[in-house]
Write a protein of this length. Structure first.
Lengths: 742, 154
C-alpha cells in the first residue's frame, strides 16, 4: 500500500499509482450505501459536492492582498517537516514575490482542487509534498506573474517584454514606472491566466536553493501561540475521553457509568463502537470520568499473541516452516537466475534480523474536534489525508464526503500515524459528536476528543514486527554471487479497502530495488504476510525502517569477509548496478567525513547508504560504546534529493530524521503480552533525549533533477551505520533492534 | 471553592478542584494554551512551566501544591527573550509542540547559569523530549542565547 504514497518521479522505485487507481481505493473505502458501485470519475464529482470555493483570480494556490503581499495556500499539512516553507518558495520564486511579507495558509478540504497529484486525493505522505507540488506551484506562480506583467503593460502602455518583476514590485525601466502587486491587483485579476505559463530557467532562481528560504512558523512555535488541535476551545465545547479495550479486537460487553457520572463536570457517558465515551466540561473531568468507568470487555475475538510467540512464529516461517494458515503465501519480489543455487551455494553470510513493533509516539497525542449538526459535519484537526477523513466522516453522519468541512491545523508530529484508511481517532470523535448532537441542546455542539499518551501508544497502528532471513554466497572476488532473502511481515494492507491480498510492496521496498540485488547474478527473494489482529501502519520511512538495515548491515559483513574496505566494496557494487546517485552521495559523505583517515580518538566510523522516496542518503557515523551501549557523535550526511528548494530545512530533516531513526535503533520497542501493549508511555517506551542526540552535518548533492523526498529518507540510514561501526570495532553483527537489550 | 494562583505575575482565582493538575487549569480555565499535554506523567516535559523559577511538570502537579508559588509560563517570555530570538533565528522548531516546554527548561537554566557548559545544557534539557529531533538546534540556540560560540553537541 505504500506505493499509494509514492512520488511520481522516483527514479528507481515502484511507480506511483495512477489517479484512477488511487480514486479506486477511495471509492472502495467509501463503501456503504452512499458510494456502492461508484466509478472513480463519479467519486470525483461526489467529492466536489459542497466544496465549491471561489479561489479568486490566481487560482487555488495564490492570493494577493491589496497591500501587495502574497499568500500561498498549502494543500499539505505542516507537522514539522518544513514543507510550508518549501511550497511557498516554489510559488514565490516563479512569481518574484516578496518573500519577507509572504504568508502561508492551510487549504481547506477539497479533493479536486487540492489533490496530491501522486495519489489522486488530498493528502500528505510519502515525502511527496514538495515533489508533487513542484510543477503545480511553479505554474501557479508563473501564471500570476504573467498576469501582473500583462496588467502593467496595459496600464502603462508598455511592451510586456520590457516589464520586470522583483520582490513583488512590477517595473518598467524605460518609463520609470513601478507598482507593487497590490496596486496592480484589480487590473491583473482581469487578465486571463496563461494556458501554458512560461517557467523560469532554474539558473535564474534567486530564492529556491538559498538560505533565505526559512520557516514561516518559527515565531509562533517559539512563543506558544501556534494553534494545535489540543488548543481548540469553542463555545459550548465538550471534551471527550474514551475507555478503550485493553486488547485489539475486544468489544464492550457491558459497563457501569455510575461512578463516572458522579465526577463533577462529567456531562454524559455512553457506548461508541470503540469503547465507552465520557464527555465533560473540561479535560480533567473527562479524564477522571473516563478512569471511573467500569467496563466488562468481550474478548472472544481479541488478539492474544505475545511478542515472544510472534517472534518464534516469524522465525520459523523465515526458516522454511510451512505456514499453519494455508491462505498464507510466499510472494517473490525480485527472483532472478537459478533460484535453487541460492539455497545450495555455501554462504559467506547467513543471518537473520528481527525488528519489533514501533509506536510513532508523536508529541501531540491523537485528538480531533468534531461538530455534528444533522448530517453536516465539520472537523478541526491535523488532517493528514483530508479526503479519507471526509469519506469516513460522511459514512457516519450519512452525507456526501465533499460536504464534510475540514479545518486543518498544525499537528504535533505524525510520522505516518495520522494517515490511515480507517481515520481511527477521527471517526471515534465523529461518533461521539454525533451522539452529543442527538441529545437535548446538543445540536452542533463541538466535541474535542483527547487521547492520553496511553491511549495513543496502545491503539496500535504500529510499524509491524518484521523478520528477515538472508543467505549470501560470493564470487572469487568476494562480491555477492547468490542472494537468498526471506521477509516475514504483516501486510499494511490488512483492513484496507484493497483487501490485503498479494505482495505488500511496502514490506519489500528498499530490498527489492536495492543496487546490491541488481549487482547479484542469482536472487531468490520472497515475502510472506502473517495475519494477526494488531493494527499496523506506515512509520516514517516505512519499509526502509528494516530493509535499509538488513541490506546495509549485510553488505558490511560481506565486505569484511572479503577483506575489503566497506566504502570501496560499495563503490564496486554501485558501479556494477549503475547506481550513480548512490555512488555520488557515498563519495561526498566519505570525503566530508574523512573516511580513510583515522577517526577521532575513541570513536569508530560506520557507513550506510539507502534510497527511499526518490532520494539517496549516505551517512558516516562516529560511534563509541559506553556501558555496552552505542553512543553516536558526529554524523556526516550526504543527500541527493534533486533540486534543493529549502537547504536549511533539508538539513533540519536530516537532523530530525537521524534522531527519529536513532531513537528507534537504540531503544524503540513495543512489546505485546497476551495481546496487550506493555509500553504505554514514555517511562517504558524510551525515546532519544537531548543528551543522547548526535551532531548531524548535512551536505546536499547539487542536482538539476526535480525535487524528491526529504522528510523520510534521513530516517533509515543511521541504524545500519551504527551497526556497521560496531562491526568495525570487532563487535558481532547486530541481528535484532533495538541495540539496547533489556 | 476557589484557589488563588500567581500566574505570570498576576493573582488569579480558579475554580478547578484542588487535585487538578496545573496544566489543565492553565489551558482549560485560564486559556494559556502555550504549555502542552504530552504524557501526563511528567516524562516528556511538554508541559514545563516554572514554579519560583524552578522547572516543574505542570501535567502532574496539582494546584493545591502551588498556592504560594510564583508560576511562569511560556506566555510570560514575551517573544523577545534571548532564547526566543535564538530559537527563531536558528529555525529550531519543527512540529513545534514540545518547544514551549523546551524554552521554559532553557529559560530556567539560563536564569541560574548564564553561561552553561555543554554538559550543563545536556543535564538541564534531557527531561524534555522532542520527537522531531530538534535537539541539535536547541543546543545551538541555547549556546547562542548565552553568548557562547557553537559547539559540536557530543
Amino acid at each position: 500500500m505504500n506505493q499509494f504514497f509514492k512520488t511520481p518521479q522516483t527514479t528507481s522505485q515502484t511507480a506511483a499509482p495512477t489517479r484512477r487507481q488511487a480514486l479506486g481505493i477511495g471509492a472502495a473505502l467509501a463503501g456503504g450505501a452512499l458510494l456502492i458501485g461508484c466509478s472513480p470519475s463519479t467519486l470525483g464529482k461526489i467529492m466536489a459536492v459542497g466544496a465549491k470555493h471561489d479561489f479568486g483570480a490566481f487560482g487555488p494556490f495564490i492570493k494577493v492582498s491589496p497591500d501587495g503581499s502574497v499568500t500561498v495556500v498549502s494543500k499539505h499539512i505542516e507537522f514539522g517537516q518544513g514543507n510550508h516553507a518549501g511550497l511557498a518558495a516554489i510559488a514565490a520564486e516563479e512569481m518574484d514575490a516578496n518573500w519577507d511579507t509572504l504568508k502561508v495558509v492551510q487549504a481547506p478540504a477539497n479533493a479536486s482542487a487540492y489533490a496530491n497529484t501522486g495519489f489522486g486525493m488530498q493528502g500528505t505522505g510519502g515525502s511527496s509534498a514538495i515533489s508533487n507540488s513542484w510543477p503545480q506551484l511553479r505554474a501557479a506562480g508563473a501564471a500570476a506573474r504573467a498576469m501582473f506583467v500583462q496588467a502593467a503593460a496595459t496600464t502603462w502602455n508598455a511592451p510586456a517584454g520590457e516589464i520586470t518583476v522583483q520582490n513583488g514590485v512590477v517595473a518598467h525601466a524605460k518609463s520609470g514606472k513601478q507598482a507593487h502587486f497590490g496596486e496592480l491587483l484589480a487590473a491583473a485579476a482581469k487578465v486571463a491566466p496563461p494556458q501554458k505559463p512560461v517557467l523560469k530557467d532554474p539558473k535564474a532562481f534567486t530564492l529556491i536553493g538559498t538560505d533565505r528560504v526559512r520557516r514561516k512558523d518559527s515565531a509562533a512555535k517559539s512563543t506558544g501561540t501556534a494553534r494545535f488541535t489540543q488548543d481548540v476551545h469553542l463555545p459550548r465545547m465538550l471534551t471527550a475521553m474514551v475507555a478503550h479495550a485493553p486488547r485489539f479486537g475486544a468489544k464492550v460487553a457491558s459497563f457501569d457509568a455510575a461512578a463516572a457520572r458522579q465526577v463533577p463536570g462529567v456531562v454524559d457517558v455512553f457506548q461508541i463502537p470503540t469503547g465507552v465515551a465520557v464527555v465533560a466540561d473540561n479535560t480533567w473531568a473527562a479524564r477522571k470520568g473516563r478512569d471511573a468507568v467500569v467496563v466488562k470487555w468481550d474478548e472472544a475475538k481479541a488478539e492474544a499473541h505475545g511478542s515472544d510467540q510472534l517472534h518464534a512464529e516469524w522465525t520459523a516461517l523465515g526458516a522454511g516452516k510451512a505456514p499453519a494458515d494455508s491462505k498464507l503465501k510466499w510472494y517473490p519480489f525480485g527472483t532472478r537466475g537459478e533460484a535453487a543455487s541460492a539455497a545450495s551455494a555455501t554462504p559467506a553470510v547467513e543471518t537473520t534480523y528481527d525488528f519489533p513493533f514501533l509506536a510513532h509516539a508523536a508529541m501531540e497525542p491523537m485528538n480531533c474536534v468534531a461538530i455534528v449538526d444533522g448530517n453536516s459535519a465539520k472537523l478541526i484537526h491535523g488532517s493528514q489525508i483530508p479526503t479519507l477523513d471526509q469519506l469516513n466522516t460522511a459514512k457516519i453522519v450519512g452525507n456526501l464526503p465533499g460536504a464534510i468541512e475540514i479545518e486543518t491545523l498544525a499537528a504535533g508530529g505524525s510520522f505516518g500515524r495520522r494517515a490511515n484508511f480507517q481515520s481511527d481517532y477521527v471517526a471515534e470523535c465523529v461518533h461521539i459528536a454525533k451522539h452529543v448532537s442527538a441529545q437535548k441542546g446538543g445540536k452542533g455542539r463541538p466535541v474535542k476528543l483527547v487521547w492520553t499518551r496511553e491511549d495513543d501508544m496502545s491503539a496500535g497502528y504500529f510499524r509491524p514486527m518484521v523478520h528477515h532471513a538472508v543467505r549470501v554466497s560470493v564470487d572469487k572476488d568476494g562480491y555477492p554471487a547468490t542472494w537468498r532473502h526471506r521477509i516475514v511481515a504483516q501486510s499494511l494492507q490488512k483492513g484496507s479497502p484493497m483487501g490485503g491480498g498479494g505482495l505488500d510492496a511496502s514490506a519489500v521496498e528498499g530490498a527489492k530495488d536495492s543496487p546490491y540485488l541488481k549487482a547479484t547474478p542469482v536472487v531468490d527473494a520472497q515475502a510472506i504476510h502473517p495475519d494477526i489482529n494488531v493494527p499496523v501502519l506506515w512509520w516514517r520511512s516505512v519499509g526502509a525502517t528494516h530493509t535499509a538495515f538488513v541490506m546495509e548491515h549485510t553488505i558490511d559483513q560481506l565486505a569484511r569477509k572479503a577483506g575489503k574496505d566497506p566504502v570501496d566494496y560499495r563503490r564496486a557494487l554501485y558501479a556494477k548496478a549503475g547506481a550513480n546517485r548512490h555512488l555520488a552521495v557515498l563519495n561526498l559523505a566519505a570525503e566530508k567525513a574523512g573516511w580513510g583517515t583515522p577517526a577521532p580518538a575513541g570513536w569508530t566510523r560506520g557507513v550506510a547508504v539507502h534510497e527511499s522516496f526518490g532520494s539517496v542518503v549516505a551517512q558516516i557515523a562516529e560511534v563509541k560504546l559506553e556501558n555496552g551501549q552505542p553512543r553516536v557523535g558526529r554524523v556526516v550526511t550526504a543527500i541527493d534529493c534533486g533540486t534543493a528548494i529549502a537547504p536549511d530545512q533539508i538539513a533540519a530533516q536530516m537532523e530530525g530524521g537521524t534522531c527519529y531513526g536513532l531513537s528507534a535503533a537504540l531503544f524503540g520497542k513495543v512489546t505485546l503480552k497476551d495481546g496487550a501493549v506493555v509500553e504505554r508511555n514514555f517511562d517504558a517506551y524510551r525515546v532519544l533525549r537531548h543528551n543522547e542526540a548526535p551532531t548531524v552535518e548535512t551536505y546536499i548533492l547539487p542536482s538539476g533533477n526535480p525535487p524528491s523526498g526529504v522528510g523520510e529518507p534521513g530516517v533509515p540510514v543511521i541504524a545500519p551505520a551504527v551497526a556497521n561501526a560496531l562491526l568495525a570495532m570487532g563487535q558481532l553483527p547486530t541481528t535484532s533492534l533495538p541495540f539496547a537489550k533489556t | 471553592m476557589t484557589t488563588t494562583l500567581d500566574v505570570n505575575g498576576k493573582a488569579v482565582q480558579v475554580t478547578a478542584a484542588p487535585d487538578t493538575p496545573l496544566l489543565w487549569v492553565l489551558r482549560d480555565e485560564l486559556g494559556l494554551t502555550g504549555s502542552k499535554f504530552g504524557c501526563g506523567i511528567g516524562q516528556c516535559g511538554a508541559c514545563t512551566v516554572l514554579s519560583d523559577g524552578q522547572p516543574i511538570r505542570s501535567c502532574s502537579t496539582p494546584i493545591a501544591a502551588l498556592a504560594a508559588a510564583k508560576i511562569t509560563t511560556i506566555e510570560s517570555l514575551g517573544g523577545q527573550h534571548p532564547l526566543q530570538v535564538a530559537w527563531i533565528k536558528n529555525d529550531v522548531p519543527q512540529c513545534g509542540y514540545c518547544q514551549s516546554g523546551q524554552l521554559m527548561s532553557a529559560a530556567a537554566l539560563l536564569a541560574k547559569t548564564p553561561k552553561p557548559t555543554d554538559a550543563e545544557i545536556d543535564a538541564a534539557m534531557s527531561g524534555n523530549i522532542c520527537r522531531c529531533g530538534t535537539y541539535q538546534r536547541i543546543h545551538a540556540a541555547i549556546r547562542e542565547a548565552s553568548g557562547q560560540p557553537a559547539t559540536a553537541k557530543v
